[in-house]
Design a protein around this ligand. Structure first.
Ligand SMILES: NC(=O)c1ccc[n+]([C@@H]2O[C@H](COP(=O)([O-])OP(=O)(O)OC[C@H]3O[C@@H](n4cnc5c(N)ncnc54)[C@H](OP(=O)(O)O)[C@@H]3O)[C@@H](O)[C@H]2O)c1
Length: 178
């Protein structure tokens, strides 16, 4: 069975976790809150969601959890900026235990994509992608994306396999919501 890991997969990426399970992945979902995880698991039609309860800011715990995984083909990561080392830790642990894997990192609208990529210590066998969340211009104003739009955009990005995908828009930047 194909295996995926979704970091933060109980929040705005919940629909991504469910889609991957419907696509035949065993989906490991990393988060902290049991209630939100249970709500996600209740929505699974087919396939598996395997919870990993850990705080990604706790590097030693994160490492320990990653040692339990192997053969992960796909990682989708939404990691807050207060855990700058978490993705590196995850990739270093997973990399020796798979031949080739895809990583889709979801980031906020202000992220310097090139700077972020350069800050990562990407293993040779990773194909790394970035998904930037922008905003929507409508009705003479603008607003941030809602969860449904975010998950749909991430699913599109995984399907299209592009190196960089913008969900919504980041231009013109002056039109971003307050
Ligand atoms: N450009 C945009 O339009 C844009 C960009 C970003 C966000 N947003 C909106 O803002 C809302 C709130 O954002 P959010 O960041 O709270 O996203 P969220 O995806 O709703 O929640 C964060 C996810 O990460 C997990 N998580 C958070 N901190 C963690 C930690 N230290 N260790 C392990 N897992 C952790 C959470 O699970 P646990 O709580 O169980 O740990 C949850 O699964 C989103 O729902 C979205 O609609 C919009």
């Amino acid at each position: 069975m194909k295996k995926a890991l979704v970091i933060g997969g109980t929040g705005m990426l919940a629909e991504v976790s469910l889609w991957l399970s419907s696509e035949g992945f065993q989906v490991h979902v990393l988060a902290r809150n049991k209630q939100k995880m249970d709500q996600l698991i209740q929505k699974v039609d087919s396939g598996y969601i395997s919870p990993i309860f850990t705080d990604y800011k706790n590097e030693s715990e994160l490492k320990k959890e990653m040692t339990k995984l192997d053969g992960i083909e796909l990682v989708v990561a939404w990691i807050h900026s207060d855990a700058p080392m978490a993705l590196n830790t995850i990739l270093q642990e997973l990399s020796p235990k798979t031949e080739q894997f895809q990583v889709f990192q979801v980031v906020g609208s202000r992220t310097d994509l090139e700077g972020l990529k350069n800050s990562l210590n990407l293993p040779q066998n990773v194909k790394y992608h970035q998904i930037k969340l922008g905003f929507v211009i409508e009705n003479g104003g603008s607003r941030w994306l809602i969860n449904k739009e975010i998950s749909s955009g991430v699913i599109e990005a995984i399907k299209s396999n592009d190196d960089v995908k913008i969900v919504g828009t980041v231009e013109p930047w002056e039109k971003r919501p307050n």
